[in-house]
Ligand binder design. Structure first.
Ligand SMILES: Cc1ncc(COP(=O)(O)O)c(C=O)c1O
Length: 400
């Protein structure tokens, strides 16, 4: 029988950031001296107290199924975190713990989006959003944001994208890939449009702890009761506690949506790993010095990489408030060439830097933003300086 995959799976493709990572892994395996600025995870180890709790959970045989939505102690601790940090009231039953924030996003989209429903996604976007919308048979409506506006949507841009089919807006704040974060004032400007119209909001807040220069992160759900009642907040431990491999994410929102997500999760992956749930609880209840340490480190690195990059001829870069990425505009180099290599787009440039400079970056096109590349500063200062030097030298070899 000839293999015929579902139309659903034919519509999507493997995460393109993983393609670059794969090439980078292969180069490293060949022993090449590669500087990897394509990574999407903190380079610090998971803090000791969290690891200890994971080990203890195994030793104490906390290794069986848990309730689908996550152990009550963890959901209580998450509920308390929302109250303490954002003055948001979520009961434990309004919270679901998943295997990574990604699963919480997927469950939200699968719970809300029907055939042909429209989902508004500002670009540059986190690569998985449109693919998940496509898996749910929905339609992504991309709002192109501008570098001059700090890659943020405005109420005008949002209003123009709304139709009678709009079901959901996905806001990534702080953003992967740009690192941009919305101030309270910028979020407040969106309130009338959000309150007046009949759609939900998925607020991906996974980078909330990584904001710099005294920037104060505000959760959109805390702006008004009306907005809270139509928002699903996504968060998790991957970026704040350097726990990407433990796979702990969570969602908080209106009870009916959380119940629907629970149904989906109960028939797909059931509960997140019991061991990871205990470790995640230790992360929330234990000392928070790692969070502050990593924030300070990332801020320092952001400044170093930013200064290095913006000293390169032709590169413009928005200085972001959060996450651990820079998203410079590299379109100055399009149309230029070195030997028989011509750079026509961000993918060409990423490939050129990989092969000629031995630096891995991610092309902006995978985030819906041609003309840019994403660089992660989740690596040592030494690597950042050497990486920027190599990029500069390789770019200098490109001529008109
Ligand atoms: C914006 C954003 N949301 C969600 C995720 C997924 O997080 P997790 O590893 O917890 O599934 C990522 C990971 O890179 C991300 O950048």
């Amino acid at each position: 029988m000839a293999l015929k995959l579902s139309r659903r799976v034919e519509r999507i493709e493997i995460s393109p950031t993983m393609k670059i990572s794969q090439l980078a892994i292969e180069m490293k395996a060949r022993g090449e001296n590669l500087i990897d600025l394509s990574v999407g995870e903190p380079d610090f180890p998971t803090p000791e107290n969290i690891k200890e709790e994971g080990i203890n959970s195994i030793k104490n045989n906390f290794t069986k199924y848990t309730i689908n939505s996550g152990i009550i102690e963890l959901r209580r601790a998450i509920s308390e975190k929302f109250k303490r940090e954002h003055n948001l009231d979520y009961k434990p039953e309004e919270i679901i713990v998943s295997s990574g924030a990604k699963q919480s996003i997927f469950n939200t989209i699968m719970s809300l989006v029907d055939d042909d429903d429209e989902v508004i996604i500002p670009s540059p976007y986190y690569v998985s959003y449109p693919h998940m919308v496509s898996l749910a048979n929905g339609k992504s409506i991309i709002i192109e944001t501008k570098e001059e506006n700090g890659f943020k949507i405005t109420s005008e841009l949002l209003s123009q994208a709304i139709t009678s089919k709009t079901k959901l807006l996905i806001l990534c704040n702080p953003s992967n890939p740009t690192g941009t974060a919305y101030s309270k004032k910028e979020l407040e400007e969106l309130i009338p449009v959000l309150e007046e119209n009949d759609f939900y909001i998925l607020s991906d807040e996974i980078y909330e702890k990584l904001v710099y220069d005294d920037f104060k992160f505000i959760s959109i759900a805390s702006l008004s009761e009306k907005i809270k009642n139509k928002t699903v907040i996504i968060n998790g431990h991957s970026k704040s506690y350097s726990m990407t491999g433990w796979r702990i994410g969570y969602a908080a929102g209106p009870i009916e949506i959380i119940k629907a997500m629970n149904k989906i999760q109960s028939h797909s992956t059931s509960n997140a790993s019991s061991i990871s749930q205990r470790a995640a609880l230790a992360a929330l209840l234990g000392p928070q010095d790692y969070v502050e340490f990593s924030r300070n480190e990332f801020q320092k690195r952001r400044d170093i990489l930013y200064n290095e990059l913006t000293s390169i001829n032709g590169i413009k870069c928005y200085k972001p408030q959060g996450a651990f990425y820079l998203f410079p505009n590299v379109s100055f180099y399009f149309g230029k060439h070195s030997g028989n290599i011509t750079i026509n787009n961000s993918f060409d440039l990423a490939l050129y830097l990989l092969n000629q400079a031995k630096v891995a970056v991610v092309p902006g096109s995978v985030f819906g933003a041609e003309g840019y590349i994403r660089l992660s500063y989740s690596t040592s200062v030494e690597n950042l300086i050497e990486g920027a030097k190599r990029i500069k030298e390789a770019l200098q070899r490109l001529v008109s």
